[in-house]
Write a new protein. Sequence first.
Length: 542
Amino acid sequence: MKNRKIRNLLILIVLLVIVFFDAPLLVKNLPNFWTTKRLKLGLDLQGGSQILLNVDFSELKLSDKQKQDAVKTALEIIRNRIDQFGVSEPTIQKVGANRIIVQLPGLKDPTRAKELIGKTALLEFKIVQDNDKLKDVYTKLDAYLKENIDKYPTLKEDFSDIETSEDEVKDILATDSTKTENAEDESADLYGDVFSQITTSVDNMPYAVSNKYVAIVTNLLKNKDFIRNIPAGLQIALSKENKNDPNADRQIFILNSHAELTGKYLEKASVQINQGYDPKRSGKAEISLKFDKKGAKIFEKVTAKNINKRLAIVLDGVVYVAPVIQNKIPGGNAVINGSFTMEEAQDLAIVLNAGNLPAPIKIIEERTVGPTLGSDSIKAGVMAALIGMILVVLFMLVYYKGSGLLADIALLVNIGFILAVLTMFKATLTMPGIAGMILTIGMAVDANVIIFERIRENITAGKTIRSAVDSGFDRAMVTIIDANITTLITAIVLYQFGTGPIKGFAVTLSIGIIGSLFASIVLVKAMFDAFITNAQRDKLSI
């Protein structure tokens, strides 16, 4: 306070920071380096999506400590996925014992985000069985289903969902297809006789399920009794849905249930564009996989041992691609080249890089805040702040005259300081934050009121203007600092133990307190000194 050069340099630095970070709020056409220096608005101000998640432990036997660790891990994985997703200023935090709230400002369609958050991302590499094995599996399952049709009442519901009557269900389940002499054609009927009417055979896809009946087969593959009748060591899986043609048939694979390699050895997954000459793949998005040293060795052994066999790349039980192994592949590199859109490839790479969720995640609540509501909130908040500021400014001008004008200048600097600091640290302004700013406006002039009253007392006591001003600031300093520090401690406690909205209020209030101390004491004192030093004053407008 007494070293004017240092004080004036500090004031200059603060004012330059305020101008730099607040300029995008006032001026639209600015150079490119200013484009990232804009104040971020929260979900309640700009609209977006909020998703409440539940980490489900119902099917897992975990201790309390393991459950806590699982929630922490899930929280970190979801944060990694959302960060890579590209939503600006998301809020991801734990709520209660096993719930996580995700706020995505600016995101109007949360579908893609929900799919990204909930994926378990279990990546496996499994050997595909040859066609001879298919016939044995289908025959065994066919016999089981014929004997146990009554155990599958939900199967009738599946058919009714696709507008098939119960009589048609019975007909389909009881129909015996005509046997053919060609064994390959016979095995092409999924599960032999029972599902002959819900399967199809298309080019390059001899074993497939019509899209109309995918739900039926999917539900069967989740049924424990049904799965027990699949021969030991084998697994049935469907191919990935074709996003470009949702009505396309889904291929059926018989896989070894044992995974030759899993995603835990994955070092990095990245998206690339195929540059080859194959017209089916050239220019298409694909995912490049890089395994760690141990994974690279395993992958090399698997490919060396299974030349001319198909190796399925399976994600969460769905076959994305099943290429033929033509030779040993050293180096630990692989490519998933299914029929991806660029968006699908990017999302899959994000999930693979972020890791597997430790427990299933269920969405229990979803809210969408429209931009209109956010706009109304901004208008209401800005209007409240303006009215409050105008009333305070008028009061200071009327009651303290010229000195009140200096306090009003300090108040404007304080508001600019809050916005600049929020922008500088990439914080998010929310409706509770605006409430904190409005409270700060009222508190900002408290210090000046105390100082001005002390100066008035000194002038009444007969002191000179300079002596009255210096003594007024010195006497009021302890009281001002004590009052603001106690409020700052309260704000810190609110931030430490509060959740989303409360934290937003606490952050804005804390910044406002610091800015208020600077503006009301340092800046106002500097203006008083400049005003008194430049001329001999016998009177002070206060």
